[in-house]
Design a protein around this ligand. Structure first.
Ligand code: LRH
Ligand code: MN
Ligand code: MN
Length: 424
């Protein structure tokens, strides 16, 4: 046992007095502090199985040691995170990077940590050793129907794995597209992709969702067949009520107004969920909130507003997941940082005085509207987030406890210094 309730109690005891003094102004003055804490306790962010090892770059990989060698060990790592922060109560699998051969045993192991299985992810962006046909020129869009068949069957297989584990959604991200003008007939690629997705959609259990994830570029650098929220929305609309758009923050062209995209998708009942991460230039490799925390806050501001308008449950009605992997940090420390950044943005969004904001908008009082948002964003909500963790049975300072217990060194001695987790 790397971490038990004794460690947690000692850690919290040492920090309790300081925490209480930081929390006191909140519980005294702020009318909705209690509600915010309760919402934070309920809010869970799923951990992707592929973020538990150091991510590779195109140029190299520098594993830090003690990485999980199997799906079982990945579950152990997420279990550890959840024990520390009580906010990472689900794991998202990527197949075939993860192969749940014994679904019952895997489920039991996850349940022992209080973990659920979030969306399962299919992979038709790489060729596997035992695969007959190549995805070099696409998968669901491929000109050859036999390649499309192979990719469709893989997705259906992923749904079956997910069903056995208790997942309720599949995320389909396609690298399909083209690298040079002329390579692809855009309209035919769209139609073929749609028809392939329709076959996968037909295999969904009744209570499942399909998330169609878009990405502006990479690995195709001229066109992506699901390249933006518009095309994802089109696929999702044509597929039917179980299909939704998934927003990965790192998958937009620079300076895209993601919060506006989120607002509209939510209004149209087509927002399925998120892959949280951050980026300075492109894609998804940096810790959530590390570069553009104001953007993250503005996204949550739209989410809270739009979900409340539709009477949605913040914790359960959308898919919340991290999608990032790093080359230089301890992956577990990084995930603790990401979860906290997301909780902070959520708590700040819950602080916004919505009635006053609407009033300012009605009066075209631009300065007031801006001030109201900035006021919430500039508030230090960390005592609320820490209180939520404490009430849920987690650590007041998960990162400090992780270091205090020397978890990475223990993982290295258990698993070895040269382990490499499956993933990118
Ligand atoms: C693609 C992506 C997608 C994949 C994951 C590994 O960039 O965001 O979600 O499944 O990375
Ligand atoms: Mn993603
Ligand atoms: Mn990505």
């Amino acid at each position: 046992m790397l971490l038990d309730s004794l460690h947690l109690d000692q850690h919290n005891q040492q920090r309790l007095e300081r925490h209480q003094s930081r929390l006191a102004p909140w519980t005294g003055d702020v009318a909705n502090a209690e509600i915010i804490i309760e919402k934070l306790v309920a809010f869970q962010i799923a951990i992707p199985s592929w973020a538990l090892g150091t991510g590779g770059t195109r140029f190299g990989r520098f594993p830090g040691g003690g990485e999980p060698r199997s799906l079982e060990e990945k579950i152990d790592d997420v279990g550890l995170l959840h024990t520390l922060n009580r906010a990472s109560g689900a794991i998202s699998l990527h197949i075939p990077w993860d192969i749940p051969t014994d679904a019952k045993a895997i489920q039991q192991r996850a349940a022992s940590y209080g973990l659920a299985f979030d969306a399962v992810n299919s992979n038709t962006f790489q060729d596997q050793a035992d695969q007959n046909l190549s995805y070099k020129f696409g998968s669901l869009q491929h000109v050859d129907a036999t390649v499309r068949r192979q990719a469709i069957d893989h997705n259906i297989d992923v749904i079956r794995h997910g069903e056995a584990l208790g997942s309720k959604a599949i995320t389909v991200w396609l690298s399909d597209g083209s690298c040079f003008p002329g390579q692809l007939n855009f309209r035919q690629a769209f139609q073929r992709t749609l028809e392939s997705l329709q076959e996968i959609y037909a295999a969904l259990p009744n209570d499942w969702k399909m998330f169609v994830e878009y990405k502006a570029f990479e690995p195709n650098f001229y066109s992506m067949t699901v390249g933006d929220w518009g095309s994802s929305y089109l696929y999702a609309s044509k597929l039917g009520p179980k299909a939704y758009t998934l927003v990965d923050l790192g998958h937009h062209l620079p300076n895209a107004n993601i919060e506006q995209i989120v607002a509209i998708l939510l209004m149209e009942e087509k927002l399925g969920g998120f892959h949280f991460n951050d980026s300075k230039y492109g894609d998804d490799d940096l810790t959530a909130g590390s570069i553009k925390p104001y953007q993250l806050f503005l996204i949550f501001n739209e989410l809270v507003d739009g979900m409340d308008a539709r009477g949605m449950n913040h914790a359960t009605d959308l898919g919340w997941m991290i999608d990032a992997s790093h080359n230089v940090k301890d992956p577990l420390e990084d995930l603790l940082q990401s979860v906290e950044a997301i909780q902070i943005a959520y708590a700040q969004a819950l602080l916004v005085d919505r009635a006053a904001l609407e009033e300012a908008r009605e009066e075209n009082d631009v300065v007031k509207a801006q001030e109201l948002l900035q006021d919430a964003f500039r508030t230090d909500v960390r005592p609320l987030v820490a209180e939520a963790r404490l009430r849920a049975g987690g650590a007041l300072d998960p990162l400090a406890l992780f270091r205090q217990l020397d978890v990475r060194r223990k993982l290295i001695s258990q698993r070895g210094a040269k382990t490499v987790a499956t993933g990118l």
